[in-house]
Every structure is written in structure tokens, then in C-alpha cells.
Design a protein around this ligand. Structure first.
Ligand code: MSP
Length: 524
């Protein structure tokens, strides 16, 4: 019988990454977090649209291409592959990948610009101010700190020219009201306060163009061919062009109201001030949530090319394996706080949480099923308090995780899963199946104990699937489960007792071999 499920929609995005450089751990972080949420929501039965992509216009990308002596589009075509192949390597399950140089995106940007211009939301004026190329942001004299960019403290360049402006200032009180009445619009709360603080000063209009004579690498302004679009105005629109604004009407109207943007804390203003006011002018609702995560340092230092300490995600995956990297990123720091990457911390997590706790539970349980029951999942009989205790922990955790994922508290969700891992390890220690196996009359009890332990493992595999997809797939198939893991839902398969007896488990290879930390070089 097929179930008639009411459709629930979920739309998750990452920032679109600049293609001036190769991807690093910071890019991997946001994308992995978005992937975990996307996979978790699928497990909850949602229709999910997960969008990522690349930000290909602007001065920064143009300069990077010039430095390499290649045409900007050729530069982008080459760099975009690095992102796409990294996402594959990190098991990212995005629905689509948008590049701002694609026709489908340009068309929407130009349509929006023309519409805003026709309705008087955009006007021409003189621009006298400053520009930070690395951040691609305009600043006024009073914004600068010691003559430098207030965000990144790098030098700015002076600009004096005629430009087009979006009437952002007129939306200031509307924006404040939106933020105040909806406490999930900007998360975490500290970021919400930061923006409310910023909005206590008058909001200015936003310069949205660059004359072609100064910068030609951008989307042409449809009502003035002498200009291209300011890269942030172009880039933010990817969130609507990527799900078919203006063309795929039903897809757009299903997903847009559910939009959650994951970003780093450095791009908070563009996403919570420019973007919602742009949307308001266009006649669209603001995204449901903008969540700003923290920044990673590396071995205690800021990551930078000059320090040569940029953590290259491909090498990390080659050294530790994809799921260990995903696990570390999600487990090590609360989403929203800053974190520090170190090889020592990574190895510690792998050896203690993955090899010891999870790996041991898995291999010893399956080995005993093979040894005592020839690999056939035994039929449980009447249960005791200790069995019910394990079941109750699992049920509580499933419930708890749903709230933690709603709050994007990935580290807490993982530590909740580890409550089942620990409880199951303790259960095996206490019930001591190896002793039960010595007495024939204890055979029904042995069957029950191993069934319960296997069932805990099945639930763990299901809950871990969003975080460690390949590991969960392995666990699933070693458990002899033939159903496709990615078609399971928590509602239908999360209940205790779902494991069917008499299927055959397979002798497992270690899920996570222990790492000898002395063999890991700092440069890995
Ligand atoms: N192109 C813009 C985003 C446009 S979205 C409409 C951009 N790109 S970026 O490539 O420079 O940065 C992308 C993301 O990487 C940002 O969210 C930024 O916070 C994140 N990170 C860059 N370095 C980081 C760390 N060291 N740690 C964590 N995240 C970091 O901005």
C-alpha cells in the first residue's frame, strides 16, 4: 500500500562561494552543515531543495583571473570544478548547483533590476566613497576604521563616480519590526542583537552598480549598458533564481516560504539587511531563518595564505576519511560559535568516539551474532527492565534530536546519538552475552540481548545517516538490511522493534580503524 503523505517542504542554502581561490575548510563547514540538515529533513519525510553554488562576478574574481592571465569566464569554469568535485568527495547531496554566470540566473537578476527601476526603487546618483575589494563592500568615510575596511581591516580604494542606488533606507523601520517580531529570523540570538544594534543608526541606500569602464565582469544593468550589477546584489538573488523564480512557479512557491540560509558570521549584514529589504521591494517574503555560524581558526591561528596554514579539505578527507571529517566539523563546536581545527583534536575524536565507542559496539555485537547464531538475527522473547531501559533511551533521544536539529544544534544532536551508543555498550557489558552463551538454558535470553543490541545499532545507523552517510550505509548493509537507507523515514522506521529477525548479518570490517597520532604530519 502506498502512503498518501501530505507534502512538507524544506529549502536550505549555503552561501555561493567566490571562485577567486580554491575551497578551504570554512567553505566545507557550511556545506556539510547544510547537507546534514537536508538529509535529516528527508529522514523526517520532507521534500527538500538544497542549493549551493558559486559567486563568479565582481572585482575579486576579475583580479584573480587577471593575475593568472586568463579570461574571467575561463577562470571560473576551471575553479568551479574544484568546488563541485570537493562536494562530491564530501558526500554532499545538493539538489542543484547555481553559478551566477548562468543564463537562468542573469535573466532573473535583470528582470528584478528592470522591475525595481520601473517602480522607482532604483535611481541614479553620484557615489563618493570607499570600496573593499576582498569583501566586495562599499563603505562611507565614517564607516572606516583608521582608513581601513571596518569588517576585515584591509585597505580600501576610493571611488567617485555616477552609480545606481537601491532605496534601501526606506525599509529600515519595516526591517526592524520583522527582526523584532520574529525571533527565529536571525540566529543565533547574539547575531540578531548585533543587527538590531546596527539598525539603530540610519540605514543608507545601497549602491548597486559599477561602471563598466572600471569593472566589466558582471551582469549588465538592463536599463543602462554602461554599467554592470554590484556583485552582492547579483549574488543574493541566487537564492530565488536557483529555485526557479519567475519560471518554475509551483516549485518556487512551495520552497521559498521555507528558506533557511546558512552563512558565516562575516556576511551577516548582506544577508539580514540588504537581502530582506531587496525581497521586500521585489514583493517577496523574507527567508524564514538566516543562521550565521562561527569561524574556524587552525591550530589557534587565523587561517591565511601568508601563514600557509589553510586547511585543504581534500587532503583532510584523504587522511581521515570523509565521515570522520564530517563528524569532526559537526561535533567539535556548537554551530554558531568559533572553533579551532587541530590534527590532535581530530585524531582524538576519531579514536575515542568513532573507533572506540561506535566501532566497538558495532563489531562486538555483530561478531557475537555470528558466533552464537551463525549470523542470523535472533528472535527476542520477553524483555526485562534492562532491555526496556535501552529502548527508552533510544525513544527519548529520537525525540530530543528533532528539537536539537530544529535549533541547528548539530553537536548536541551528535552527543544525543552517543547517549544511545554508550547505553548500548553499557547494556552489552551488563548483560554479558558471552556468559549467557555458556548455558544452553539461557539461549532465549541471549537471543533477546543480542536482538536489543542490534536494534540499538539500527536506530543509531538511521540517526547517524545525515551526519555520516557512508558509515550508516555500511552499518545498514552489515545488518543485512536490504531496504534503501535513503528511503527510510523516522516516522516509519524509527520505532523500536523494527528489525526483522532471521535476516543475516555480515562479518563487519572495522568501521573506524584507530589512528596512530604519531603518523599524522602537521601538514596533512
Ligand atoms: N560570495 C560570498 C557569499 C555570497 S552568498 C549570496 C562569499 N563567499 S566566500 O567564498 O568568501 O565565503 C563563503 C563562506 O565561507 C562565508 O560564509 C564565510 O563565512 C565562510 N568562511 C570563510 N572562511 C571561514 C573560516 N575560516 N571559518 C568558517 N567559515 C569561513 O562570502
Amino acid at each position: 500500500m502506498t502512503h498518501l503523505r501530505s507534502e512538507k517542504y524544506f529549502y536550505i542554502t549555503t552561501p555561493i562561494y567566490y571562485v577567486n581561490d580554491v575551497p578551504h575548510i570554512g567553505h566545507a563547514y557550511t556545506t556539510v552543515a547544510a547537507d546534514v540538515l537536508a538529509r535529516y529533513k528527508r529522514l523526517e519525510g520532507y521534500q527538500v531543495f538544497f542549493l549551493t553554488g558559486t559567486d563568479e562576478h565582481g572585482q575579486k574574481v576579475e583580479r584573480a583571473a587577471q593575475e593568472r592571465g586568463v579570461d574571467p569566464k575561463a577562470h571560473c569554469d576551471e575553479m568551479v570544478k574544484r568546488f563541485q568535485s570537493l562536494w562530491k568527495k564530501l558526500s554532499i547531496s545538493n539538489t542543484d548547483f547555481i553559478r551566477t554566470t548562468e543564463g537562468r540566473h542573469k535573466k532573473v537578476v535583470q528582470m528584478i533590476l528592470q522591475d525595481l527601476y520601473d517602480r522607482g526603487e532604483i535611481y541614479q546618483d553620484n557615489y563618493d566613497g570607499w570600496y573593499c575589494v576582498p569583501d566586495e563592500r562599499f563603505w562611507t568615510e565614517k564607516d572606516l576604521i583608521d582608513g581601513k575596511c571596518p569588517d576585515c581591516l584591509r585597505p580600501v580604494i576610493g571611488i567617485s563616480e555616477k552609480n545606481y542606488f537601491f532605496r534601501m533606507s526606506k525599509y529600515q523601520s519595516w526591517l526592524i519590526e520583522q527582526i523584532e517580531k520574529n525571533d527565529r529570523f536571525i540566529l543565533p540570538p547574539s547575531r540578531r542583537n548585533e543587527i538590531l544594534g546596527f539598525l539603530r543608526s540610519p540605514l543608507e541606500d545601497l549602491c548597486i552598480s559599477r561602471p563598466k569602464k572600471r569593472l566589466s565582469w558582471g551582469i549588465e544593468i538592463p536599463f543602462d549598458p554602461e554599467y554592470v550589477t554590484y556583485v552582492w546584489f547579483d549574488a543574493l538573488i541566487n537564492y530565488v533564481s536557483g529555485i526557479g523564480y519567475g519560471s518554475e512557479t509551483s516549485q518556487f512557491s512551495n520552497f521559498w516560504p521555507e528558506a533557511i540560509h546558512l552563512i558565516g558570521k562575516d556576511i551577516l549584514t548582506t544577508h539580514t539587511v540588504y537581502w530582506p529589504t531587496m525581497l521586500r521591494a521585489i514583493g517577496l517574503t523574507p527567508p524564514k531563518t538566516v543562521f550565521a555560524h562561527g569561524w574556524w581558526t587552525v591550530e589557534g591561528k587565523k587561517m591565511s595564505k601568508s601563514l600557509q596554514n589553510v586547511v585543504e579539505p581534500n587532503r583532510l578527507v584523504d587522511t581521515y576519511g570523509v565521515d570522520a571529517v564530517r563528524y569532526f566539523l559537526m561535533r567539535e563546536v556548537p554551530f554558531g560559535s568559533d572553533g579551532d581545527f587541530s590534527h590532535a583534536a581530530m585524531v582524538h575524536r576519531i579514536n575515542s568516539d568513532l573507533a572506540n565507542d561506535l566501532g566497538n559496539l558495532f563489531s562486538r555485537t555483530l561478531s557475537m551474532v555470528i558466533r552464537y547464531f551463525g549470523g542470523s538475527i535472533p528472535e527476542p522473547s520477553s524483555s526485562k527492565d534492562v532491555d526496556q531501559g535501552l529502548q527508552q533511551i533510544s525513544e527519548r533521544v529520537i525525540h530530543q534530536i528533532s528539537k536539537q536539529m530544529e535549533d541547528l544544534a548539530f553537536n548536541k544532536a551528535l552527543s544525543s546519538i552517543w547517549e544511545i551508543v554508550s547505553a548500548a555498550n553499557k547494556y552489552v557489558d551488563e548483560t554479558a552475552p558471552w556468559s549467557l552463551a555458556k548455558e544452553e538454558k539461557q539461549r532465549p535470553r541471549l537471543a533477546t540481548v543480542l536482538y536489543q543490541a542490534l536494534e540499538a545499532i539500527r536506530i543509531i545507523a538511521l540517526l547517524l545517516a545525515p551526519f555520516m552517510p557512508s558509515t550508516s550505509e555500511k552499518m545498514w548493509s552489515y545488518l543485512g538490511l536490504e531496504e534503501n537507507l535513503w528511503e527510510q523515514t523516522l516516522e516509519e522506521n524509527g520505532e523500536w522493534g523494527g528489525l526483522k529477525p532471521r535476516r543475516t548479518v555480515i562479518q563487519p570490517a572495522p568501521l573506524f580503524p584507530r589512528i596512530d597520532s604519531s603518523k599524522i604530519s602537521e601538514g596533512a
